[in-house]
Write a protein that binds this ligand. Structure first.
Ligand code: NAP
Length: 239
């Protein structure tokens, strides 16, 4: 008897890196739940993937709105992969002396608290999977070590809200991996690298295929793969 197809939920998957992760996991045989805060944009993206023979359903999911998180969770019977990809870069963000407090609040609410809320809501379904994977899409900008390394190529990029949100997301990865260490669920952070998307006004130097690669690798980890790690295409990242 053929085994049931596995299901993957990707947040913020209507465009950018999340869309590419959805496309490639769909090509790998997953049933895709395509999370989008704007359902019309989600449906459009899902139609594009469906034309590529991918089994996909658009799901209204604004990760900052608990009611949409709960409503989405209620429609999902089981889940094998969760990619916490949705994220923002706030225009009022900046270096520590000038970043606006509102930017800190908005960015932490989406990039950190939103990912925690979605994960908590999806955990009952992930626990039903034989070998679930949670991938938190982080950033090298969230590395405390790299932020203090004067030789790092991006050392001058100081957006406190964005970087702090990704450092907090990395803490979630480490603590959740520890808490779930005796389950089959693996939790890891992926750093996409500087990728050409709307987030950076398409200034990134990588393609979305390159930006999606590490998140996809972590979503497909074998049972002897790691948990509680932070990595990019080039290999492990310092925390
Ligand atoms: P993007 O093209 O701007 O895509 C971001 C996605 O997140 C969009 O689908 C957006 O939806 C969604 N989103 C934002 N707030 C949301 C919310 N409250 N609820 C649900 N969805 C929400 O940017 P991207 O570059 O692909 O970013 C994807 C992830 O990669 C982010 O976590 C980002 O921080 C991370 N990252 C990107 C880079 C890079 O160089 N691009 C580098 C490191 C890390 P809308 O279309 O409705 O706005």
């Amino acid at each position: 008897m053929a085994s049931q197809p596995k299901t993957a939920l990707i947040t913020g998957a209507n465009k950018g890196i999340g869309f590419e992760v959805a496309r490639q996991l769909g090509k790998a045989g997953f049933t895709i739940l395509l999370g989008a805060r704007n359902l019309a944009l989600g449906e459009q993206a899902a139609a594009t993937l469906r034309a590529e023979q991918i089994d996909v359903r658009a799901l209204e999911l604004d990760i900052t709105r608990p009611e949409t998180v709960a409503a989405a969770a209620a429609t999902i019977p089981s889940l094998d992969v969760l990619v916490n990809n949705a994220g923002i870069a706030d225009p009022a963000d900046g270096p520590p002396t000038t970043t606006q407090i509102g930017a800190l609040e908005r960015t932490l609410r989406t990039n950190f608290i939103g990912a925690v809320a979605v994960t908590q809501a999806m955990l009952p379904m992930l626990r039903k999977s034989a070998a679930a994977r949670i991938v938190n899409v982080s950033s090298g900008l969230g590395s405390l070590t790299l932020n203090g390394d004067l030789a790092w190529q991006h050392v001058g990029v100081k957006f406190l809200a964005y970087s702090a949100s990704k450092a907090a997301l990395n803490m979630f990865t480490v603590q959740l991996a520890y808490e779930l260490r005796d389950t089959g669920i693996k939790v890891n952070s992926a750093d996409p690298g500087y990728t050409k998307t709307d987030l950076n006004h398409n200034r990134g130097t990588q393609t979305v295929e390159q930006g999606a690669a590490e998140a996809i690798r972590l979503a497909l980890l074998p049972d002897d793969g790691p948990t509680g790690t932070f990595s990019a295409n080039e290999g492990p990242n310092p925390w």
